[in-house]
Design a protein around this ligand. Structure first.
Ligand SMILES: Cc1cc2nc3c(=O)[nH]c(=O)nc-3n(C[C@H](O)[C@H](O)[C@H](O)COP(=O)(O)OP(=O)(O)OC[C@H]3O[C@@H](n4cnc5c(N)ncnc54)[C@H](O)[C@@H]3O)c2cc1C
Length: 393
């Protein structure tokens, strides 16, 4: 890999990410979308600046970025290419799971250094044929054979698995464990075979390349992340997913509204001294956009504050925090396509055209994936049962 020196601080990474968004992601986004292909150029550019190790502590070669900082990096990329932003966010979620639950293990300590040095890309398989979108339940099990394991899984959806250096896979702890007694296992590219079982010809997020796969894998038992996935999900996978996804959906909406603003200013220049009627709609949409940004940033800041407190992680296991995460995910995934829709109404036909610089076709289609990515109905049903017992003090 052609490697220039890694950016070591968040500020450097943000400047680099904004440059990559403009000069690389935006240039290739239409082709990535049209051909439903992996955004290789953008991910390579992110690797060159060291962005793939941004969440890791400096001692492991990372930049030690906070949740809010990671969200800003994902949003910067997703404005130019939603699929690239989603790949980056999903990778950060996996790195966070290793960093927060593998830190005591010499194996994962060393693996974190490897992620930084080689800028490894990590994917995730939680979905499985037969579990119907319930991430907290698995049919497959990890089978220990001495110092090695065997893990086979039939996944319904696996983003960029064919392009990743490793995949974190959920499964039952052993073949006698119930479906909800899960662990997370790191499976490396050299130890797995992937047979694609379905296609990925979707409305949006086409560049995430997320068909179904039959995974067959083996590895050292050290690659099983210590502890239960139940805790890992509450403490790490859910907060990182819901906050970073919200950030990147906001990035898509922000770019759509920026296009609408450009259009309104052009209209205003045609009739100096007058305010075009669409400016009122722009004022309304910018309010909604600001509310969406404040929503994900407030919870990112809250997460960072909780995490910085000694024993703060206990708070992340409570119903109050779980409800906040559910509310953030469902509200931001619903608002993002609405914002793109309103931007489309402001711009009109030039946003409706696929070949116009103001086109919002890809933004719209990408934003629609949010409510399905862990179904909002499924999340609402979980929130409803929590609200039966939760009392907000
Ligand atoms: C862009 C994208 C990338 C993805 N990447 C990955 C990946 O990398 N790895 C991975 O493992 N998975 C991935 N997924 C899959 C994702 O995590 C979910 O597993 C999947 O989207 C759920 O599919 P489903 O709609 O069939 O699920 P379900 O949750 O089963 O929902 C099916 C239907 O049932 C309804 N429903 C479900 N539960 C309830 C309920 N309690 N009350 C009322 N209605 C309900 C829903 O409204 C929905 O219409 C990705 C998905 C997308 C969209």
């Amino acid at each position: 890999m052609d490697r220039s020196p890694h950016a070591t601080t968040f500020d450097e990474l943000l400047v680099a990410a904004r440059g990559i968004a403009k000069e690389v992601a935006a240039v290739h986004a239409a082709d990535v979308d049209a051909r439903a292909r992996f955004p290789q150029e953008t991910i390579d550019a992110l690797k060159r600046v060291g962005a793939l190790s941004a969440p890791l502590p400096k001692a492991c070669g990372g930049a030690g970025c906070t949740m809010r900082e990671l969200g800003m990096l994902c949003a910067a990329i997703s404005g130019a290419c939603g699929s690239s932003g989603m790949v980056l966010a999903m990778h950060y979620i996996q790195v966070a799971c290793i960093m927060r639950h593998g830190a005591e293990s010499p194996y994962f300590q060393s693996y974190m250094h490897e992620i930084s040095e080689k800028q490894l890309l990590l994917a995730s398989i939680t979905s499985e044929v037969g579990t119907f979108g319930d991430t907290r339940s698995s049919i497959c099990a990890v089978e220990r054979r001495g110092e090695r394991f065997v893990l086979n899984k039939d996944a319904t959806t696996g983003s960029y698995c064919a392009h990743a250096d490793a995949i974190l896979v959920t499964c039952r702890r052993d073949s006698d464990a119930p479906r909800n007694d899960q662990v997370l296992v790191l499976v490396k590219k050299e130890d797995m075979s992937l047979v694609q079982t379905t296609t990925w010809d979707t409305m949006g997020m086409r560049g995430t390349c997320s068909p179904g796969f039959r995974l067959e894998s083996t590895g050292s038992i050290e690659q099983i992340i210590p502890g239960s996935f139940s805790d890992g999900a509450s403490l790490s996978m859910v907060p990182y997913s819901h906050i970073l996804w919200s950030a990147l959906w906001w990035g898509i909406a922000d770019d759509a509204v920026a296009k609408a603003a450009r259009h309104v200013r052009n209209e205003a220049r045609k009739n100096p001294g007058t305010v075009p009627p669409s400016a009122t709609r722009l004022a309304e949409v910018s309010l909604q956009l600001q509310t969406m940004r404040l929503g994900w940033q407030a919870l990112a800041d809250e997460f960072d504050a909780i995490d910085a407190r000694p024993h703060g992680r206990q708070d992340l296991l409570g119903l109050g925090w779980a409800l906040k995460m559910n509310n953030l995910k469902t509200s931001s995934s619903e608002v993002a396509p609405q914002l793109v829709h309103r931007a489309l109404q402001i711009i009109g036909i030039m946003a409706f055209k696929n070949d116009s610089p103001l086109s919002l076709s890809r933004h719209y289609r990408d934003a629609l994936s949010g409510s399905l990515m862990i179904s909002n109905d499924r999340i609402a049903a979980k929130s409803a049962s929590m609200l039966m017992v939760f009392k907000d003090d």
